[in-house]
Design a protein. Structure first.
Length: 126
């Protein structure tokens, strides 16, 4: 995870476990809250994790033990070793070109059956 060195949480991450949350498509207000637009009325759905607290209602979360930290100029890139994860069905929340966007859950293609596209019919050589 990449954190601005001026962020309040920056120094808390050094050598401490952390969680990465993949927000669900309906969690825009939660994303804005953590982006610095704090809403004191917003109920943050914290959950106790095995290594670090995580957010409830997300599409996925990854709980990590610290591994490395790399200087990235005005940011630090924290690399963690995933020790626990969980995922749920649903669309994720993305952010692209200064807008939130829905990242739709991949749909499973219909089973092609037993047809092998590389098998030639018996009469192909006649």
């Amino acid at each position: 995870m990449s954190i601005n060195k001026k962020a309040k949480s920056h120094d808390l991450l050094h050598d401490n476990p952390f969680a990465i949350n993949v927000l669900a498509s309906g969690q825009e207000q939660l994303a804005l809250n953590f982006a610095g637009k704090h809403d004191p009325k917003l109920d943050i759905p914290w959950r106790e994790g095995q290594t670090a607290p995580y957010l409830g209602g997300t599409v996925a979360h990854f709980q990590c033990e610290p591994h490395e930290a790399y200087d990235g100029g005005d940011h630090t890139l924290f690399i963690g070793q995933v020790v626990h994860f969980r995922y749920n069905d649903g669309d994720a929340l993305g952010y692209f070109r200064s807008r939130f966007t829905r990242l739709t859950e991949p749909r499973v293609a219909a089973s092609p059956g037993t047809h092998d596209p590389f098998e030639l019919p018996y009469d192909a050589y006649e």
